[in-house]
Design a protein around this ligand. Structure first.
Ligand code: ADP
Ligand code: MG
Length: 687
């Protein structure tokens, strides 16, 4: 069970941090409970019972908890098994907010947190102190985990190894590791500190013990990033590209339009990298529609003209196919040999593609994850471009890179990481930003409508269709209810076709369709044979349909802000201004309202990302593992921005000192680092 939670060692276990604490130093006598204030109480179960409410058919378990001073009722909804848990006579701790019961006028606790006390000598672990509450792991309850961790702590040696430099520990007055880890699990205020103030600090992750581990994590992360970058910079490459007159003419020849000045600037940054003696590792950030593709393509032309193969990897088959289509068109005059590889390229066709990549006959290969599989071998891979990098993990990125002899790497993303974070997070990459839209881009007007405006919204779609334009209707698919949602989307598509837009062609596209089917639908939509494309979010990344001017997003409140911004970036790409209608429930919370309104107010993806990150927190914003973003046990890169910056500076200082004066290998100088990074990133090697 522990392994399932990524706990393999004692250290891992000790870093399993409580998600909150309960003050059980003085339990409130039950007779003194007041409504609407958080309390912890302890008492004996005296009466229990179960019943079902007549109206809403809710199953309720009820019990009365008693101590010497009085008794209180506790109610639990839809957890009938609790009858087994709360047997009469058991000693129980309840944590929650007592409320005045509207029926009986007495006070009861509704769905409180609970813990059964077992009695015996180890009760001092669970009571009479500020107690850690852990998230359950499999069947291991908070109580069991607490017992284990208490024991582990008791068995620890007095001195633990210290990954932070002594000077840093001293400067920030961090407690030593042993007392800090004890305080994380079993905190208590230092002498002279009021308990209330201390509890507040604990809840805000601001005790010195917490800050210490947050800092440690960020420091090791930053040190690793910077070391990787230094090492890459030091490695001289055998490759050397040049941008002579001929190459420049070729680059110009493929341009279908005048590049924006941002595109020109970024291209120069990339060109300088390619022609320098350092290997390029560059992140290109640019809002949806800012024109990243052509910049990448020009970089690829440089590599090909210098005799290298190049690869372009996209996160979905639809996008890979679209890239292939665009690239073939733009490069039609060059005579380059371009190949396409996804999992749907099979049999003889696949063999021949693989053969040509191996022999070096293919100049440019476009594909999906298929490119990083075993059978793919390059003759002379010089440049790798990864589109929509936030969809790939760090691991996939390094796998493709390992196919060549340290190829130049360009990763592109339209999920703008707020500027304040980009440099610190992507410390191992150089960052270029496309901060200008191509001219003539039509702004997308965004409005919010409710269920009651549905007719009006349809009328609006009608008008666009009459003008010969096309529309997207987007449905959210949420994983756990995917089937239900898919049914809803399917029915919606039918309804729209039959009752609402009988004269138009309405088609449903969703993630479960076969790749070829999806590709075919997109081609038809682009060709104008389909007027209304009802779709789940499979259209989110990179799709380019100039004829589509209108997008209706159903249940907009279920999407993240950045995702909505990406979605609406699909329209307004032709001559007509785009209109994006966000459909939401008529009754929204104020917070949901605020969130959605940001989209109506700004088109700036960076601003939106910043807000989104703030509202949803980094875990959800980056989509955890998928994103290739670091996962931290203690730190939260938004909340702990200040410490992140301090950690970056300290890491930099330490590294500079080491490079100047130490004869040790990186493993000897930073014995913690390699292990820490390997646990998180597998493939990455530091040192
Ligand atoms: P993204 O950055 O989202 O990947 P694309 O590269 O797909 O954006 O570009 C979006 C659209 O803008 C494409 O249709 C592309 O041809 C067009 N485009 C890109 N750069 C320019 C430019 N400088 N002038 C005019 N159109 C451009
Ligand atoms: Mg793109």
């Amino acid at each position: 069970m522990l392994a399932g939670a990524n706990i393999h060692t004692v250290e891992d276990f000790l870093k399993y941090k409580p998600f909150r604490y309960e003050d059980r130093t003085d339990l409130r006598p039950i007779g003194e409970i007041e409504p609407d204030q958080v309390v912890v109480i302890e008492g004996q179960v005296s009466i229990t019972g179960r019943y079902t409410t007549p109206m809403k058919r809710m199953r309720i378990f009820e019990m009365v908890l008693k101590d010497d001073s009085g008794s209180v009722k506790a109610k639990f909804f839809n957890q009938p098994y609790l009858g087994q848990v709360f047997q009469r006579g058991k000693t129980v701790i309840l944590y929650g907010i007592p409320r005045v019961d509207e029926y009986s006028q007495g006070i009861s606790m509704i769905n409180p947190e609970y813990e059964i006390l077992a009695g015996g000598s180890d009760e001092t672990v669970h009571c009479g102190r500020i107690v850690p509450i852990y998230r359950k792991i499999g069947r291991l309850t908070t109580r069991t985990l607490r017992k284990f961790i208490f024991q582990l702590l008791a068995d620890l040696p007095d001195q633990l190894d210290e990954p932070l430099p002594t000077s840093v520990v001293r400067q920030y007055k961090f407690p030593d590791r042993k007392s800090a880890i004890e305080e994380i699990h079993f905190p208590s205020p230092a002498a002279g500190v009021s308990k209330e103030a201390y509890l507040k600090e604990l809840a805000l992750n601001q005790t010195m013990a917490q800050q210490r581990f947050i800092f440690e994590e960020l420091y090791l992360f930053q040190l690793g990033l910077q070391l990787i970058k230094k090492q890459r910079e030091n490695r001289s490459k055998k490759r050397c590209m040049r941008m002579g007159k001929g190459v420049q003419a070729r680059m110009r020849s493929i341009l279908p339009f005048q590049p924006t000045s941002a595109q020109a600037r970024v291209l120069k940054e990339i060109g300088d990298d390619l022609c320098s003696s350092r290997v390029m590792n560059r992140l290109l950030q640019g809002d949806v529609g800012s024109g990243k593709t052509i910049v990448a393509l020009q970089a690829m032309v440089i590599a090909i003209e210098n005799g290298y193969q190049t690869a372009l990897m996209a996160p979905t088959e639809i996008l890979a196919e679209q890239h292939y289509h665009t690239v073939c068109q733009l490069l039609s005059g060059t005579g380059y040999r371009i190949a396409f590889l996804t999992s749907s390229v099979k049999g003889k066709g696949r063999e021949s593609v693989l053969g040509h990549i191996r022999s070096g006959k293919t100049n440019l290969i476009i594909g999906t994850h298929a490119l990083i599989q075993k059978g793919v071998q390059f003759k002379k891979l010089g440049l790798v471009v990864i589109d929509e990098q936030h969809r790939f993990g760090v691991l996939q990125r390094s796998k493709l890179i390992s196919k060549g002899d340290l190829p130049e790497t360009l990763v592109m993303t339209a999920t703008p990481i707020p500027r304040s974070l980009a440099l610190t997070l992507y410390g191992d990459l150089d960052v270029s930003i496309l901060d200008e839209m191509p001219p003539g881009r039509q702004p997308v007007r965004t409005i919010v409508k409710g269920e009651r405006n549905r007719e009006e919204v349809y009328a609006c779609v009608h008008r666009e269709l009459k003008e010969g334009r096309q529309a997207f209707v987007v449905y959210p698919l949420i994983e756990e209810s995917e089937k239900v949602d898919l049914r809803a989307a399917t029915e919606m598509a039918k309804h729209l076709q039959k009752e609402v837009f009988p004269d138009a062609t309405v088609v449903l596209m969703h993630g479960r369709l076969k790749v070829e089917e999806k590709g075919q639908l997109m081609r038809k939509f682009r060709a104008g044979e389909i007027q209304v494309l009802v779709s789940t979010t499979v259209i989110e990344v990179g799709i380019d349909i100039p004829g589509a001017s209108l997008m209706v997003i159903e249940h907009a409140e279920r999407f993240g802000l950045s995702q909505l911004h990406q979605l609406r970036g699909r329209i307004g790409r032709g001559q007509h201004p785009g209109l994006c209608i966000l459909m939401t429930e008529d009754l929204r919370s104020q917070q949901a309202d605020e969130r959605i309104n940001i989209l109506c107010q700004t088109q700036d993806g960076f601003k939106i990302a910043e807000k989104d990150l703030e509202i949803r927190g980094p875990g959800e914003f980056f989509g955890t593992r998928q994103s290739g973003m670091p996962e931290f046990l203690f730190a939260n890169i938004v909340r702990d921005r200040k410490l992140l910056e301090l950690a970056r500076q300290e890491a930099k200082r330490h590294l500079r000192h080491y490079l100047k004066s130490s004869a040790l290998s990186p493993q000897e100088e930073f014995p913690w680092l390699d292990k820490w990074w390997r646990q998180r990133y597998g493939l990455y090697h530091v040192g």
